[in-house]
Design a protein around this ligand. Structure first.
Ligand code: ZN
Length: 196
């Protein structure tokens, strides 16, 4: 169940609102304790960067509780909205681990424009189409594949076995059981048909 923040935190005339720590505390008052702890450590009244790509510039737009299927452990995830003026403007990604975030606080995060959203919708449509196409040929563990849409030049054209499939669409791991490559999109994998 996501804990969605009021719009005033996120956007004030298209930029990050000037919300004090005290106001932030009031905003999260009704959150359950476990969510509140994360919301205090990773507040949404400042902007954030990512350890994964320094260009990413985020605003947290909600917090959610997720349960690990195997261990039953509770995990708090965040939804991150990319800033306008960056490559991924118009995208928000849910289920993200907040520990990947690095405090930025520059205040220059900008809400996505209509144009940003339109551009991403077109990309998403294309992505869905490719995915539907790929799903007609589902993969199972042991199938050999090559990576086609993935930037891993050392594995180019190398047949790799599928070692884990969590969902046919987006969570496929290949290579070795110990150190698998993934999660990968089904449409980034091509069934290998050459000699073994
Ligand atoms: Zn910033």
């Amino acid at each position: 169940m996501p804990f969605v923040l009021s719009a005033w935190v996120m956007v004030k005339e298209g930029t990050m609102g000037n919300v004090t720590d005290k106001e932030w505390e009031a905003e999260i008052e009704d959150f359950p304790e476990s969510v509140k702890a994360v919301a205090r450590k990773y507040p949404a009244n400042i902007c954030w960067r990512s350890t994964e790509d320094p260009e990413f510039h985020y605003c947290i737009i909600d917090y959610a509780r997720a349960k690990n299927k195997e261990t039953g452990e509770e995990k708090i995830t965040v939804t991150l909205a990319h800033s306008s003026g960056t490559r991924r403007a118009g995208i928000a990604t849910f289920g993200q681990d907040p520990t990947q975030l690095i405090r930025c606080g520059c205040g220059k995060w900008k809400a996505p424009t209509q144009e940003d959203k339109k551009r991403q919708a077109i990309k998403l449509g294309e992505h869905r189409r490719k995915r539907q196409e790929a799903l007609k040929d589902p993969l199972k563990i042991g199938d050999l594949v090559t990576l086609k849409g993935v930037d891993e030049p050392e594995y180019a054209d190398m047949p790799l076995p599928v070692v884990r499939v969590e969902s046919q669409g987006v969570h496929i791991w290949v290579g070795s059981e110990k150190d698998p490559i993934g999660p990968l999109f089904r449409h980034d994998l091509e069934r290998y048909s050459g000699p073994v």
